[in-house]
Design a protein around this ligand. Sequence first.
Ligand code: FNR
Length: 371
Amino acid sequence: PPLDEILNLHDFEAIARQVMPEKAWAYYSSAADDEITNRENHAAYHRIWFRPRVLRNVTKVDWSTTILGHRSRMPLYITATALGKLGHPDGELNLTRAAAKHGVIQMIPTLASCSFDEIMDAAQPGQVQFFQLYVNKDRSVTKRIVQHAEKRGIKGLFITVDAPQLGRREKDMRMKFEAEDPSEVSKAGSQGVDRSQGAARAISSFIDPGLEWADIDWFKSITKMPLILKGVQCWEDALMAYDAGLAGVVLSNHGGRQLDFARSGIEVLVEVVAKLGEKRGLKFPNEKFQLFVDGGVRRATDVLKAIALGATAVGIGRPFLYAFSSYGFEGVDKALQILHDEFEMNLRLLGAPTVKDIVPGMVDASSISSH
Ligand code: FNR
């Protein structure tokens, strides 16, 4: 269907399912085991309701914000998703270009199909980008990747901590990942690839399951970039990240692709905000220690709920993959435009002229306990 018939982010998924090669669909859409967490990620937002305010003069609304000190035209970012060329020949560049056009931040994955430098070269001057890091068993490889990223101007290093081993994604495992595949991951990030068990397994065999808290100091010694842990799933670890002097955490279960029955990020957010308030007197959103959430975000209303509950911004993954797999750059452009339009309307209806006006009192999250 023509792009102007696309009305929301869900539509891209329905189209991608029909037009994508089976193998690519399997890799992008799959989640761990019975995919319960994957479904819960979006469903959890359905348990949170709004308490809108009236008579707030919403003639002008502004949904821009700052993420790690950098301006973003929306309180969201494009999260890291591997293997962009499985869906489209331009791969991650579709995201880079659309991010530039809409003034949002792209998190570049270690396992991008395009090389890191190709992506950086495609960016506009001054375009802010983050980098997602999978830590290699060979730390000299990791050190080289990190320092190169910093040199090229990356503004935040998101270390993925929820994937000491890749989850069991059966849809994907049924497909073989072939060595001659043109969408093969760029050589920079990975090493020692095992190609016998689906794309996810094939590209991830280099990841170090020995990564531990004691390694944080090493990261601090090799880079000055803000360090954020991606994949924190309970308040205890969020507190340790804060105490370790990190810049923030992404409350995420990797899009349901790792431990099935992990809770949704939005549910974890509620307990993290409560407990870090109680134990360290922190208030969120917080400039010094930022909370991010990803998983199942499909509407501006989902984003607004996370902001109201204390997140600085949210990450969105699959919808952009489906958008470029179906329509290339124009698809991602359209997806971001849809989100813009949804923000404008929903901020008006919520009675919040700016992101700062979105406060906890605007949501009823009472069906989510704070443990
Ligand atoms: C991911 N995700 C991911 N995360 C990461 O840290 N490194 C990676 O290489 C990838 N790769 C990846 C590939 C694909 C196809 C998907 C769908 C996801 C997880 C991603 O960053 C994020 O946590 C989720 O995608 C968010 O959920 P939604 O928005 O896809 O529901």
